[in-house]
Ligand binder design. Structure first.
Ligand code: GCV
Length: 682
């Protein structure tokens, strides 16, 4: 009898698998609950200004909540940050309270997320964001190209936004997309967005564009999302209004004050400016003999009466020191304590540039009298663009595990969002948008918890799917590190597009620190960048205990080894193998893992709708091929120095070095490689 029952159940389960899964294009992201709701939500009495946000919270619950009635409450709670919330089961239902309407909205999204994940609310749940500012940075140009964007064009339709004759049509596709963007951000607690590229066009500050910005700000406001702009430091000159942009010049100071006043007349809750100054050819205060502090403070003074913020980037590397990894510290650390209170220095997580693995930037912890914020890169500029599956939460966890979250004022993420139907290109790239929001809200969250949350809401709750795919996600970033640049290697990407390998790249006349040999330093003796006390001494920018640890190859974590040391090819690794052998094994492991990812995904067919299944399957195939390309290119090239065989128990390279050196990808900074075109070159 029992066995009959079991076989009936098995039969029913397999019949379920035969039912076609509904087609999905990924456009609903992790917000896929719909219909069948009996939700009811009562609003607190609030003034008109607060109502739109509370109404959204109530509408969301009415549309998707299937539990007991929800009461929304505006209520101060001294134990919580302003946007924190409390979700409390009561005799008559559930109460969501917060001191702010945005907090109530975050609480509503949290409750709905729990429902989607099939996690029951057992008792009271309180949450408080770790930072007041959780912000996306779009590197979107005004012509709608996106620097390092791999998901279509910029969301912002400036042609339409700047058209003074156009009226907003809430049912238009573009308008709906703007709303969906704000909603997705609010659902994970993101509360700020810088609309344009840090390589900023001065045009963004013209009247026409500011009107466009106002239109977006009006759409985003009810979702608690404030707009910010990247500004070009030389705007007063570039717009033809002044002959200088010297931050100590009275006319310049007045120009920025007047500009700030103009912006705030249009957008009373405008957030402020993000500035890339004296970096990669952008203008800045140093062009006028002034410091970064003098430049930032001038803008801060213009924004201060409106309570606006300046986020001033520390991403600088002028040729002042032989080691690029040291330069931001050398330039900014001496300025500690010189910035106005409404300036935050925005520092990339690592000292070079969003590599697959970097140690943390030593600026963190070195400027105790200056607010700092971390800049993370959500877009996968250096992790396979939208073709490779790389879940970035483990990379950001590594950062937060070394840099105490409480030492930061805010967190920014370079967005990976574009006009693609599924928003981020690779169906799994949205997991990085999600992970960024969740970590900016709570940097103590674990990668596994985030992967699970995202999978359950984005695909479904079946453990037979969630468990293996969450494991795949957790391994994915380390796999990328392995097949691209293991053991602390970095920046050996092809010139320009940062997609494929080009460790041999040598362009006569180019800045040395834009060329891979500058970073890997392979020669007949060994490989790696000597940043020890007897080398560039970058180790000394870290606190003494860490400096000590990193300075000695015997204690330096092996995943940073070639970041800090130039070591002989036969250097004995902890495994007892030589460095060359270990390097080969890392590359090999990365390739094998991508093949494993393909198999794991293929077995998931019964659980995933056909479109998303096929999309991920196709991209994993590209990833596996690219991993082989990376392995072959790097190992064959480094072998010309190491002069040793690739261990015979490993898979042999399938390409030739000369053949790989011919690969020229027809892509620039703003495009994702086109598969068909790529194949012609492979
Ligand atoms: C926006 C790297 C990228 C550039 C980017 C720059 C930055 O160099 O390759 O595209 O420019 O970082 O963060 O300013």
């Amino acid at each position: 009898m029992r066995s009959m029952l079991r076989s009936l159940l098995t039969c029913a389960a397999s019949l379920l698998f035969l039912l076609p899964l509904k087609a999905e294009d990924g456009s609903r992201l992790w917000l896929r609950q719909e219909g069948g709701a009996n939700g009811s939500a009562t609003l607190p009495s609030a003034n008109r200004r607060l109502l739109p946000t509370l109404r959204i919270a109530a509408d969301e619950l009415r549309q998707a909540w299937r539990g007991a009635p929800v009461r929304l409450l505006l209520e101060k709670n001294d134990a919580l940050a302003p946007d924190g919330f409390r979700i409390r089961p009561t005799a008559s239902g559930v109460t969501i309270s917060s001191a702010t309407p945005a907090g109530v909205l975050y609480g509503a999204y949290r409750l709905l997320a729990l429902q989607a994940m099939e996690t029951s609310l057992t008792g009271e749940l309180t949450e408080s964001p770790a930072y007041d500012l959780r912000i996306l940075n779009h590197w979107d140009n005004l012509d709608r190209t996106v620097e390092r964007g791999y998901a279509g064009r910029s969301l912002w339709d400036w042609e339409e936004l700047t058209d003074s004759m156009a009226t907003d049509n809430p049912s238009s596709v573009t308008y709906q997309r703007y709303v969906a963007y704000a909603r997705a951000n609010a659902s994970i607690g993101i509360n700020g967005t810088v609309l344009n590229n840090v390589n900023a066009s001065p045009q963004i500050l013209t009247r026409a564009y500011l009107h466009g910005v106002k239109r977006l700000a009006d759409i985003f406001r009810p979702y608690g999302l404030r707009v910010y702009l990247s500004v070009n430091f030389a705007s007063p000159m570039a717009l033809g209004e002044l002959s200088t942009a010297d931050p100590l010049d009275e006319d310049v100071r007045h120009w920025w004050k007047a500009k700030a006043d103009e912006i705030y007349r249009l957008i009373p809750d405008f957030g402020g400016f993000l500035v890339k100054a004296n970096s990669e050819g952008q203008p800045g205060p140093c062009d006028f003999g002034r410091t970064h502090a003098e430049g930032a403070n001038m803008l801060a003074d213009a924004l201060a009466p409106h309570r606006g913020t300046v986020m001033w980037r520390a991403f600088v590397y002028s040729p002042t020191d032989a080691d690029r990894a040291k330069q931001a510290y050398l330039e900014f650390q001496p300025l500690d304590g010189q910035f106005r209170p409404n300036v935050i220095i925005q520092v990339k997580n690592g000292p070079i540039d969003f590599q697959p693995r970097e140690p943390y930037s030593p600026l963190f912890g070195a400027m105790p009298r200056t607010p700092l914020m971390a800049e993370l890169q959500v877009t996968q500029e250096y992790l396979g663009h939208a073709n490779h599956l790389a879940f970035l939460a483990p990379m950001w966890r590594e950062f937060f595990d070394l840099v105490p979250p409480a030492s930061l004022r805010a967190v920014a993420g370079v967005a990976n969002i574009g006009t693609d139907d599924n928003w981020c290109g690779h169906p799994f790239a949205a997991a990085n948008w999600y992970a960024f929001g969740r970590l900016a809200w709570n940097p103590a969250l674990g990668s596994e918890a985030i992967a699970n949350e995202w999978l359950r809401q984005t695909f479904g709750t079946d453990e037979a799917f969630v468990a293996p795919i969450s494991q795949l996600m957790l391994e994915s970033r380390e796999a990328v590190v392995d097949y691209m640049m293991p053991l602390g290697l970095h920046h050996i990407f092809a010139w320009g597009h940062h997609y494929g390998p080009e460790p041999w790249c040598d362009i006569p006349g180019a800045r040395p620190d834009w060329l891979p040999p500058y970073y890997h330093r392979a020669d007949s003796i060994g490989i790696g960048f000597d940043r020890t006390r007897t080398g560039s001494d970058a180790v000394s920018q870290y606190p003494p205990a860490l400096a000590e640890l990193y300075n000695d190859p015997a204690t330096c974590p092996e995943h940073y080894l070639l970041w800090f040391h130039h070591l002989p090819w036969n250097y004995a690794m902890k495994s007892g193998r030589t460095l060359w052998d270990e390097l080969c094994r890392h590359y090999d492991r990365g390739v094998r893992q991508t093949r494993g990812f393909q198999q794991t995904w293929d077995a998931m067919k019964p659980y995933v709708d056909p479109d998303r299944f096929a999309d991920v399957q196709a991209r994993l195939r590209i990833q596996a091929r690219d991993a082989t390309w990376w392995r072959d290119a790097c190992l064959l090239y480094f072998q010309t120095f190491a002069r040793q065989p690739i261990p015979y128990d490993l898979e042999r390279p399938i390409h030739g070095l000369d053949e790989l050196k011919q690969v020229q990808l027809p892509i620039g900074n703003h495009e994702c490689p086109d598969e068909e075109l790529l194949n012609k070159y492979r």
